[in-house]
Structures are given as structure tokens and as C-alpha cells.
Design a binder for this molecule. Structure first.
Ligand code: CO8
Length: 260
């Protein structure tokens, strides 16, 4: 199952593996986010599925975050639709009843970091060239409150405050020290370790684990649900500003220049 952007397999173990495959960098476009949410919904509704491991088919990148081209030079209607899709993905993933394990096998900035942080457990390849974090401030944009809430719930207020203001991208060893990822393993051991962690989490009765997860995450999920339309309006107003458009264009140019 699964479309062109991700491959999905659910063998008899009750554990699905979702592999992002949207080259060159697994950026979260509207199309990608829509497929991601639909895949999650299908798994959620499949009683045979109790857990999902999320990883990437690309060798050095987990996900480069939100597709910046979706936020540049588009209509208000497009920004609205795009942002609703980002919210939808997060609500589904952060609120999932399944056990979710991120096998972070490459860099994972911004929205990529959000995806990883929304899982129950994060295992990252120990390569210091791979980094993860909410670098929005570096792009001249501000991480939305629910990105921040998710971050705080993972690393605590102080680390989140410093890292968010600086827009830090933490190399894997540092991310581990900060608690942003739960463990580091050699890249070739990543999937094997993810399966072992999954088995450990699935050894518990689903019901108690699910209620506990809800208890820990509900306040943060409810906050977005209650302010969803307002959050869309804020995003659309913010991203439509000429100064923000300019920052995003400059950032894209910087990415291209860096390459040459
Ligand atoms: N969106 C769109 N295109 C991208 C993105 C992206 N996020 N990231 C990279 N690309 C493009 C590059 O421009 C490049 O295009 P081209 O081939 O046409 O020149 C191509 O993908 C390949 O990129 P690189 O050559 O840079 O590939 P590398 O393997 O050298 O590096 C990285 C991969 C590390 C992922 C690097 O590309 C990178 O750092 N990308 C930027 C990541 C980033 O900063 N993402 C933040 C997105 S913003 C977000 O997720 C949250 C926003 C919240 C909204 C706030 C309210 C406004």
C-alpha cells in the first residue's frame, strides 16, 4: 500500500513501517502531507496495526521540513489549504493511539523535527553530520505555538527556549545530550533497534498505554483544536507579508548558493 511519496508495509507483526520517499529531500509539500495523513488514518483504523516506525528511504535526510516553495508566492487560499494540512498531519501523529517510533536516519530540520518529536520515541543515526532542531528563527520565521509546545514536552522549557530563539540545528550527539532524541545507534543498526524498541512498547496492554499517552498529550492537542482557525489566519497573515516572503526567498537562494 501507499502512494509514490511513501512506502508502507504492514506484515503480520502488527507493526507498520512508513518510509518517506520524496526526493530530493522529503520536504513536506501539500501533496506529501495529505498522503501522510491519509496513511496514518488508514493505519489508525486498522485494528491489526498497533505501531508504526517512521523513517526515510533517502540516505542522508529524514525530512527537510515544510516545503518552502508552498509558502512562497502562492495565494491566500493556497496558504490556508497548506496550513490546514500541516495541522492535520500533526493532530493525527501526535494524537495517534498507535506506538510511534521515529528512526531518524538523516537530517531533520524544522517540520522534519516536528514529525520526529511527535512520535513516542526517537532513535537517530549517530552520524554527527546529521542534525535536528527547530531552526525556524534562522529563516526569519517563528515556530507556531504547537511546534513549541511539542518541543517543550520533549526537552523541557529551558532547552526549548534557548534552542528556539537561536534556531539551533543540533548535531546528533548534541541532540541526544539534550534529550531531543532518545538514543543514538550506528546507522546500519537503526531499523533493527527501532523494531526492538517497538516490541518493548507493544509488550504493554494497549489500553493503559493509550490512556497514559492521552493524559500526557491532550492539553497540547486540545489547544490547537480550540484555536485551529485562528492559527490558520495567523499563518496566512504572517506568511503573506512582503518581509517574510523576502526572508523565505533569500533563504532558498542561500540553499542554492551553498550547493554550488
Ligand atoms: N523546501 C523546499 N525545498 C527544499 C527544502 C525545503 N524545506 N529543503 C531543501 N530544498 C531544496 C533545495 O533548495 C535544493 O533545490 P535545488 O536542487 O533546486 O537547488 C534541493 O532541495 C536539495 O537541497 P540541498 O542541495 O540543500 O541538499 P543537501 O543534501 O545538501 O541538504 C538539507 C539537505 C540539510 C535538508 C538542506 O536542504 C536544508 O537545510 N534545507 C532547509 C531545511 C529547512 O530549513 N527547512 C525549514 C522549512 S520551514 C518549516 O519546516 C516550519 C515552518 C513553520 C511555519 C512558520 C510560520 C511562517
Amino acid at each position: 500500500v501507499g502512494g509514490s511519496l511513501m512506502s508502507l508495509c504492514l506484515p503480520f507483526t502488527g507493526v507498520a513501517t512508513m518510509k518517506f520517499k520524496s526526493p530530493p529531500v522529503n520536504s513536506l509539500s501539500l501533496e506529501f502531507l495529505t498522503e501522510f495523513s491519509i496513511s496514518l488514518e488508514k493505519l489508525e483504523n486498522n485494528r491489526a496495526c498497533r505501531g508504526v516506525i517512521i523513517t526515510s528511504t533517502l540516505p542522508k535526510i529524514f525530512s527537510s521540513g515544510l516545503d518552502i516553495t508552498e509558502m512562497c508566492g502562492k495565494s491566500m487560499e493556497h496558504y490556508t489549504e497548506f496550513w490546514r494540512a500541516v495541522q492535520e498531519m500533526w493532530l493525527r501523529l501526535y494524537g495517534s493511539n498507535m506506538v510511534t517510533v521515529a528512526a531518524v536516519n538523516g537530517s531533520s530540520p524544522a517540520g522534519g523535527c516536528l514529525v520526529a518529536m511527535s512520535c513516542d520515541y526517537r532513535i537517530m543515526a549517530e552520524n554527527p553530520k546529521f542534525s535536528i532542531g527547530l531552526n525556524e528563527a534562522q529563516l526569519g520565521i517563528v515556530a507556531p505555538f504547537w511546534f513549541k509546545d511539542t518541543f517543550v514536552n520533549v526537552v523541557g522549557h529551558r532547552i526549548a527556549e534557548r534552542s528556539l530563539q537561536l534556531g539551533s540545528l543540533h548535531p546528533a550527539p548534541e541532540a541526544h545530550k539534550l534529550g531531543l532524541v532518545d538514543e543514538l545507534v550506528p546507522e546500519e543498526k537503526l531499523m533493527e533497534r527501532a523494531a526492538a524498541v517497538m516490541a518493548q512498547w507493544l509488550a504493554l496492554p494497549d489500553h493503559a498505554r493509550q490512556l497514559t499517552k492521552t493524559m500526557m498529550r491532550k492539553a497540547v492537542l486540545d489547544r490547537l483544536v480550540a484555536h485551529r482557525e485562528e492559527d490558520i489566519k495567523n499563518f496566512v497573515t504572517f506568511v503573506s507579508k512582503e518581509s517574510i516572503q523576502k526572508s523565505l526567498r533569500m533563504y532558498m537562494e542561500m540553499l542554492k548558493k551553498r550547493k554550488s
